[in-house]
Design a binder for this molecule. Sequence first.
Ligand SMILES: Nc1ncnc2c1ncn2[C@@H]1O[C@H](COP(=O)(O)OP(=O)(O)OP(=O)(O)O)[C@@H](O)[C@H]1O
Length: 248
Amino acid sequence: MMNAARSTIRFDGASVSAPAAAGDVRILAPTTLTLSERRISVIGGNGSGKSTLARLVNGLLEPSSGSVGIELAAGAPGSSEPEVLDTRRDGAAVRRRVGFVFTDPAAQLIMPTVLEDVALSLRRRHRDAVTRTAAARATLERFGLAALAERSVHALSGGQKQMLAIASVLATEPAVLVADEPTTLLDLRNARMIGELLMSLPQQLLVVTHDLELAARADRTLVIADGGVVFDGPPAEAIARYRDAAAR
Ligand SMILES: Nc1ncnc2c1ncn2[C@@H]1O[C@H](COP(=O)(O)OP(=O)(O)OP(=O)(O)O)[C@@H](O)[C@H]1O
């Protein structure tokens, strides 16, 4: 597929090290990638560096060396002008244009009710409270959550919570969505429902997952092992490599 998402994530020799007692420890080796497919999945064993890679994309984490950038063409979701953003230089703009979904939706549900939570994420976009509430209701409608508008966020099921967390992020019309194991805490039905939603978004998606059924539906898959990309290519081949490595 051509670059339907109209955005490109670029890693240019990006590495991550963290200070440790015996000197710096390397968490991600220098990594160079040009990611312009609409849906990219990232798989690999526990502690291999997947979350580290994902967090670099929206600037939650800055590279220790090299750079990570996002190029948005005019026509990317929410973009009318082309933009070239560097996660270190343009941190705030990157966080606005790259949404992030965590494994545990409770980490990002802040307000008491469902409606208020979506409205909170729209506060920059709509300064006027009445317009903001109307936009929040429209978002809930779009994600099938309208009936839950006045419900306490604590009274939602796990699947509803994750749907709400994603709706709140998408309400801001990011150009890129990064999701770190978004289906790990969900049962099969909800995992499929969230997977279906993620894979059908107009946004460019980078999804870290242990759910190989979900990973297989991407356009391109990165396999991470020991802090580096060890395979980069078609999902079926990537999953076969990952399975082989795990069986050894
Ligand atoms: N700030 C830090 N200091 C030291 N080590 C760290 C730091 N952050 C991450 N690590 C280590 O780096 C490695 C990669 O972590 P990361 O969270 O990226 O792995 P992951 O592939 O997402 O794992 P999982 O599938 O278990 O979520 C792990 O061994 C982790 O313990």
